[in-house]
Write a protein that binds this ligand. Structure first.
Ligand SMILES: NC(=O)c1ccc[n+]([C@@H]2O[C@H](COP(=O)([O-])OP(=O)(O)OC[C@H]3O[C@@H](n4cnc5c(N)ncnc54)[C@H](O)[C@@H]3O)[C@@H](O)[C@H]2O)c1
Ligand SMILES: N[C@@H](CCO)C(=O)O
Ligand code: NA
Length: 442
């Protein structure tokens, strides 16, 4: 690989790029910058020159020019000749300090780091604004899928009401395998690990932290407000059983880990509700057909109606595509002496507590089949103000199962109904209890 990625003989002053991190995404960024140097230069108007790569262990990076490698990321981000910084290290520190130093030194920043943007995007945006530079992070949510730019720019004239999507590829792969093969969670996770979808420590994916960070970023951009990962209600998929998946399928649904961001109200104030949890959705819903490790996000806006974004949310090259798109955008801004859209958090919405969020539940209960059982179960729902939409009994005697689906009700009312049910002695086992989303509205 050549150190200069500009066209040979191109005399226009190049923009110099520092790359922080050279792992799965970083090495794809470095390679594509080289392979597409001519076209990138033509699109930007000047060449983009990869001028330094910060890594932890230089001897592991034989596919990039050794003279570009440094272990001193701090010095690289403030180097006078650097114009643009691309960060693909991940995590909070030292990255936050590095990016703040870069922004304060007048460099525009492109990052793929959802964890940092969801935890402390406000500080980074403020530093970008104060220093008149750009902060772009399309790769941070749903990898290759153009999603943040459409929210920030294309839909900036509309009023978005809801964003609902599958934003984690690893968990979508696991749930898709559980659905197609009937496998349990542990078996499907082992397969995801063997195929390289799940990382050695898959906690961030399976416990929903990765999706929650992405949901926070999406909600902030969609509703022009500030949302952090801590504001997101989160449940992962490790408790999803083969029985849940079978119950879903029996009622024409499939189980997906959803990130849901809604414009709502709380105590009479405009609010936003952001949650990540497994849910049953009808198999006819567009998100139900999103299989393997793919991502898809459904956006509802008042004037535009419904929009669906679909594609690869992970992987070196797909993620590098989004990083390079941002790099071209910030480079073009630099060439024209302008800045892209900054943070838009004017709406300052309150966060609606999960207990107030209205959802539906699917509840299956293994019960003793005897008189009065159904009446007692129904009264647990009625006493908590939860209306039942459908009830079905399968089997008889000791093998009887009651399957109930509710109308929408506050989540707290549904949770206390389930608590009450768990206290009944005639319930042999509470089977699947899961929220239901995407049903036609009542
Ligand atoms: N891999 C994907 O599919 C994907 C998709 C979307 C977003 N992202 C995001 O992209 C970022 C990078 O992900 P990745 O999969 O390439 O991770 P990775 O672990 O493969 O690469 C990160 C690299 O950064 C290096 N590094 C760590 N600390 C460093 C430091 N202080 N200085 C220099 N280098 C350091 C590590 O040695 C490693 O090589 C993360 O923020 C991740 O969330 C990844
Ligand atoms: N671990 C993430 C990578 C993309 O952020 C996923 O599985 O979707
Ligand atoms: Na994206």
């Amino acid at each position: 690989m050549s150190a200069s990625v500009g066209d040979a003989g191109d005399k226009r002053k190049p923009l110099k790029v520092a790359l922080l991190g050279c792992g799965v995404v970083g090495s794809a960024v470095a390679r594509l910058m080289t392979e597409q140097a001519g076209e990138l230069a033509a699109r930007v108007g000047v060449p983009l020159e990869l001028a330094g790569i910060a890594v932890r262990r230089p001897n592991r990076h034989t596919d990039v020019p050794a003279e570009l490698l440094t272990t001193d990321a701090e010095a690289l981000v403030t180097r006078e000749d650097i114009d643009l910084v691309v960060e693909v290290i991940g995590g909070i520190e030292p990255v936050r300090s590095l990016l703040l130093a870069a922004l304060k030194s007048g460099k525009s920043v492109v990052s793929a780091n959802k964890a940092l943007l969801a935890e402390d995007g406000a500080t980074l945006h403020a530093a970008a604004a104060a220093n008149g530079v750009d902060l772009y992070y399309e790769a941070a949510v749903a990898g290759a899928i153009p999603l943040l730019r459409p929210l920030r720019e294309s839909l900036a004239g509309d009023r978005i009401t809801r964003v609902m999507g599958i934003v984690n590829g690893t968990t979508n792969f696991i749930l898709s395998r559980m659905t197609s093969t009937g496998a349990g969670f542990a078996e499907a996770l082992a397969e995801a690990t063997a195929l390289g979808y799940a990382e050695a420590d898959p906690t961030a994916d399976i416990d929903g932290f990765d999706a929650a960070a992405k949901a926070a970023i999406l909600a902030g951009l969609a509703f022009h407000t500030r949302v952090t990962a801590a504001d997101v209600y989160r449940e992962g998929i490790s408790a999803v059983t083969a029985a849940d998946v079978a119950s879903a399928s029996a009622m024409g649904c499939t189980v997906k880990l959803l990130a849901i961001c809604e414009r709502t109200s709380s105590d009479g104030e405009a609010a936003v509700a952001v949650r990540v949890h497994p849910a049953m959705i009808p198999t006819s819903h567009p998100l139900a057909g999103v299989g393997d490790a793919f991502n898809a996000v459904f956006v509802e806006a008042e004037a535009a109606g419904s929009l669906m974004f679909y594609g690869r949310g992970a992987g070196g090259e797909p993620t590098a595509s989004a990083v390079l798109g941002d790099l071209v955008a910030v480079a073009r801004n630099r060439v024209s002496g302008s800045r892209g859209a900054g943070e838009s958090a004017y709406a300052d919405l309150v966060i609606q507590p999960m207990g107030e969020v209205t959802t539906r539940y699917h509840v299956s209960l293994d019960v003793a089949d005897r008189p009065g059982v159904l009446a007692s179960v129904a009264s647990a729902f009625a006493d908590n103000g939860v209306s039942i939409q459908t009830v079905r009994q399968e089997g008889r005697g000791d093998a009887a199962t009651l399957v109930l689906v509710t109308h929408v009700a506050p989540d707290a009312a549904l949770a206390s109904t389930v608590q009450r049910l768990s206290e009944y002695e005639f319930i042999r086992r509470a089977g699947s209890v899961m929220r239901v989303e995407g049903m036609p509205s009542e």
